[in-house]
Design a protein around this ligand. Sequence first.
Ligand SMILES: *Cc1c(COP(=O)(O)O)cnc(C)c1O
Length: 395
Amino acid sequence: MPGFEIFGDEERREVNEVLETGVLFRYGFDAARKDRWKAKTFEKELCRITGAKFAHLCSSGTAALSTALAACGIGAGDEVIVPPFTFVATFEAVLNAGAVPVFSEIDDTLCLDPDAIEDVLTPRTKAVMPVHMCGAMAQIDAIKDLCDRKGLILLEDACQALGATFNGKSLGRFGRMGCFSFDPVKTITCGEGGGVITDDKELYVRADAYADHGHDHIGTDRGAEDHILLGTNYRISELNAAVGVAQIRKLDHILSLQRANKKALKDALSGFDGVSFRRIPDVEGDSATFLSFFLPDEARARQIAKSLAENGVDGCFYWYDNNWHYIRKWHHLKSLKAAARLPAQLADNLRDYSHIELPGSDSVMSRCISMLIKLSWTQDDLASRIESMRKAFKS
Ligand SMILES: *Cc1c(COP(=O)(O)O)cnc(C)c1O
């Protein structure tokens, strides 16, 4: 699954080029850096891979989400619709913007159900933020249609889905902005890092400024930069960006390995009793980081998850019990355990998260198991894994 599996000389070479100049910062020091611009190069590669006109790197995927929300003008009093199956960063970024996360049902795509979104719309709904979970896409065309009809901003959390496409178009390009993460368990990694993409020049300029204290980045050597808005520091370091440059150039290779390995496991699993698969709106566009499947009911799913572990089939996730990715165990959200007192206006607007009922999502997630797809598996590894899976299903 993650790029760290194939970390090698290419990454070391890029990092060394930065260490040789000693310019670890992405801006300025124009003479000393000897024309080495790793963050800029990574951004160009991100545009090439996704087809987006503009890309801006940030210090993390979470920072990218916050930057996108800010660039789109989403803030105090606004409601943002998010799924209950994601990583906690999605709703953290919304709260950090002073906005209210509103959870809406997912369906068997493991992503927001477009039909359910209408039920949670209010006059305060400003944006919809689908999350393309586990490397594959939401029904992004239907979600985009809804946003267009209702005049809502579409922002995509594609943090887990670099390289995935829908009808040939990169995820992250359907919304006004799309966000990616390059943390250590994502498709490619640079240690810590994230990126926003957009085709909208004005949004790009705002994102680029917001993530560096509002600086306009006009001119050379940071000589006479002005502040175009109030920002913060979500800058990526040049060292991290250097790793990313090497990693993103391996993306096609990573995707083809993942797709082949996933196909072998899926073919085997298709023959097992009671198994059905996650619905993927465009199978061709799946980045294949995970294989997700359903059992007929919660009891059987729990039993199979346990049995897979007992038979040594590693890297399987029963998300329904997982406190990183599913709302059921987000106790800190339910009790709104903030580090400091929340701004009064936000506190007044927030929902009672301890009593959110999402029966549709519960029914999907309680039957779901995901298996991560490794790059390093050999044919023998795959064969013995399939054999162990067969044993697990016989029990
Ligand atoms: C990883 C992830 C993020 C946050 O990325 P970081 O780089 O770890 O901050 C956001 N959303 C989703 C869905 C993720 O999986």
